[in-house]
Design a protein around this ligand. Structure first.
Ligand code: AMP
Length: 522
């Protein structure tokens, strides 16, 4: 998709746009850890040194800088420095192991690889292999404390630099999708894509210069990097920077915060702690949830206890944010079980398998278009073509519906699940979410996941995996009986497994592929 330069908000690089948030207040604190404070002046100088170091490598335009680093302020600075140097940032989840990293480095062919120094004896040979395959690769280290050869090498460079001019269509980052089936794909995001979304969210969520964001999300992902960190930077707001989510740390930091962003599990864990109440967060004006579905029950208990509803939004690596429940009361109510309306400038439609728009209330494929939507998958032109419908609509792979429930306006979207999780049993379509909702409403059920597993007669069979509320003993036979009374027979699970917890990835997404492997019928 071609994006006009206006998408960069008149700036000449996404970095320049983000830096504008702190213009006129260089001594304001931008990042605060439990031991250290970094003013914007510090960040400007540190990112200039790193950008000068990267510039000294004389890399071609579009060269990739891979960051396989733990979360630290310096890791965020590496992202900003990469933008400043006009290069392309490639964050990698540190949970990836050697063979996975080998794939990412082989696919992306980064010119620079920054990695943590601990336990990485395998990194040197891996880099050697990359050098043999594709020429020079510069390796630097950056550990969890923000130390390493990246910092020591950058220290020799000046702390001012001219940010490299980039156009809106120039690549800023490649984000590998968390893809649970097949190989991960690298979503190519431009300066314009990221700027458009950052500007939209700044206005829509009312970001302010005096906001204080509690930042506990990882920064290898769209949520922590683009939505949270970029949002705060663009607003000129302070971040309370924590390496990961921890209930005690959240409770200690929340009294000072005005905004918190998290995945649903953060809110579930906070609510499970009786210390979490209104008195802990007197200044918080906005709690945002996303990256995975927020249970209606969590939404409701949160609103009851905290006196304000969580704002649930929906987005993905390929597109940044797409829809949001309203921030301002006058724009409408926040509704649990929905992800709100299309954000300004973003078009969202629900279509049938022939790409024809469906009326509100009908379930179909979610497709999107807008200046925030990526241009394609890195080195996968075929896959890119497959994933766009005529007219430039990107097929999100999510299944959803506008309106369709009492009290839900026709322009509010609800996500029903991923299309690949759709179960086809004996020729009937079964949407896991429908059965999960019924299961979750049964007494004693905390949460559930419904999957399809291969079945000789039906093609696929419905299987449910259920977690009990604390202290409750669930009886699978009783659950089955309750389901049979409430839903069509073909939707009733062939088997119910009661488990202690559902497998989730770091972004709180239930790993249905793991469940499918674990609970196949054979
Ligand atoms: P990722 O690219 O890792 O951010 O994953 C994006 C996917 O997460 C989307 O395509 C959705 O399937 C899911 N997702 C994100 N936000 C929500 C939400 N609020 N409710 C339900 N699913 C969500």
């Amino acid at each position: 998709m071609v994006v006009s330069t206006d998408a960069l908000g008149g700036a000449n690089n996404l970095f320049t746009l983000l830096a504008s948030g702190f213009s006129g207040k260089p001594d304001a604190v931008a990042i605060e850890t439990t031991t250290q404070r970094y003013t914007w002046r510090d960040i400007d100088a540190a990112t200039a040194r790193m950008a000068n170091l990267l510039g000294s490598l004389h890399l071609p335009a579009g060269a990739r800088v891979a960051a396989y680093t733990e979360k630290s302020p310096q890791a965020l600075m590496l992202y900003l420095a990469t933008l400043r140097a006009g290069l392309v940032y490639l964050p990698l989840n540190t949970a990836y192991r050697e063979s996975e990293l080998d794939y990412f480095l082989g696919n992306a062919e980064p010119a620079v690889v920054v990695y943590g120094s601990a336990d990485m004896a395998w990194m040197a040979p891996l880099l050697e292999r990359r050098i043999a395959a594709s020429g020079t690769v510069h390796g630097f280290t950056l550990d969890a404390n923000g130390d390493g050869t990246l910092i020591s090498a950058a220290a020799h460079f000046p702390d001012t630099c001219a940010t490299v001019v980039r156009q809106a269509d120039d690549l800023a980052a490649i984000l590998y999708t968390s893809g649970t089936t097949g190989r991960s794909k690298g979503a190519m995001l431009s300066h314009g894509n990221l700027a458009a979304n950052a500007l939209t969210l700044r206005d829509y969520w009312g970001w302010r210069g005096d906001d204080v964001l509690l930042h506990m999300l990882p920064i290898f992902h769209v949520h922590g990097l683009f939505v949270a960190a970029q949002g705060a930077l663009l607003a000129g707001a302070r971040m309370l920077w924590r390496t990961k989510f921890d209930v005690d740390e959240a409770l200690a930091a929340l009294p000072h915060a005005t905004v918190m962003m998290g995945v649903p599990t953060y809110y579930v864990r906070l609510l499970a702690d009786s210390r979490f109440d209104r008195s802990v967060c007197p200044k918080v004006r906005l709690f945002v949830s996303g990256s995975a579905p927020l249970l209606t029950e969590t939404f409701e208990s949160f609103a009851d206890r905290m006196g304000q509803p969580i704002l649930e939004r929906y987005g993905m690596s390929e597109t940044n944010m797409l829809t949001s429940n309203p921030y301002r009361r006058e724009d409408g109510a926040r509704l649990g079980g929905t992800v709100g309306r299309a954000l300004p400038g973003v078009s969202v439609r629900v279509v049938d398998d022939g790409n024809q728009a469906l009326p509100a209330g009908e379930i179909g494929n979610v497709q999107v278009r807008g200046p925030n939507v990526f241009s394609g998958y890195w080195r996968m032109p075929e896959k890119t073509r497959e994933e766009f419908a005529p007219g430039g609509w990107f097929k999100t792979g999510d299944v959803g519906r506008f309106g369709g429930a009492p009290g839900v306006p026709d322009d509010y979207l609800s996500i029903v699940g991923r299309s690949k999780d759709l179960i086809i049993t004996g020729g009937f379509n079964v949407y896991p979410k429908e059965i999960e909702t019924v299961l979750d409403d049964l007494p004693g059920v905390a949460e559930s996941a419904v999957i399809g597993v291969p079945h000789p007669d039906f093609g696929e069979a419905v299987v449910a995996v259920v977690v009990a509320k604390p202290g409750v003993e669930l009886d699978a036979a009783a659950i089955l009986k309750a389901l049979k009374a409430g839903i069509a027979n073909f939707k009733v699970p062939k088997r119910i497994h009661v488990v202690d917890q559902l497998p989730r990835n770091t972004m709180g997404k239930v790993q249905k592929n793991v469940l499918r492997e674990r609970y196949g019928l054979n």
